[in-house]
Design a protein around this ligand. Structure first.
Ligand code: GLN
Length: 194
């Protein structure tokens, strides 16, 4: 079993380390050929416009889309979530469009508004410590998208920050920065299911 981490930009090394920790063969993915041999894909946090532009240049957009459509498990964190989604409230940027959601980039504010919180995740028996760094949230999600965790903003409104649609998992926060391997384990469990 091999899990790829899209390694164009962002914190892909942290994801590789998490996967190694849970005993998975983890490889960096930068080309369609490298994508071909993985059983699942992690799309890291970083800058979604940069990841999208580089994925376009490397000819990866269509191949990733095709793999997602054929049921490959995917975990996208933060910028990775934005890249998976169908649209952003900020307008056009390269996106895979495989996750039926409209996302708001930098939804919680600027860099100084980055924060950490313990959040309840449905199906987990203890909270996840979640790090939000210029994080997005989901504004509008399709009926196939299941919300696994949400947060309440300063106005008291709740927003999805962890969702699942089929074998696609997407989070606003960074599990790879706090050493909580549960979402990576969930991704690996989805390979067995596939
Ligand atoms: N703000 C970034 C974006 O819009 C995401 C930040 C992150 O991945 N931590 O792409």
């Amino acid at each position: 079993m091999t899990v790829g981490v899209l390694a164009l930009q962002g914190d892909f090394r942290e994801h590789i380390a998490m996967l190694i920790e849970i005993g998975v063969n983890a490889v960096e993915v930068r080309t369609p050929e490298e994508l071909d041999v993985v059983d699942a894909l992690v799309i890291p946090g970083g800058e979604s416009t940069t990841i999208g532009r580089l994925a376009t240049i490397y000819g990866l957009i269509e191949p990733i889309r095709v793999r997602c459509d054929s049921g490959m498990p995917v975990l996208g964190t933060c910028a990775g979530m934005i890249f998976l989604a169908s649209s952003t409230t900020e307008g056009e940027q390269p996106q895979l469009g495989v996750l039926d959601a409209r996302v708001r980039r930098n939804a919680f504010g600027r860099q100084v508004d980055s924060f950490e919180a313990d959040i309840e995740v449905s199906g987990f028996d203890s909270p996840m410590h979640a790090v939000f760094i210029r994080a997005p949230w989901m504004e509008k999600i399709g009926s196939d998208v299941e919300v696994l965790a949400e947060v309440t903003d300063r106005q008291g409104d709740t927003h999805p920050v962890l969702v699942r649609q089929g074998r696609i998992l997407a989070t606003s926060f960074h599990p790879e920065l706090v050493g909580d391997t549960r979402l990576h384990e969930m991704l690996v469990a989805l390979i067995d299911e596939a």
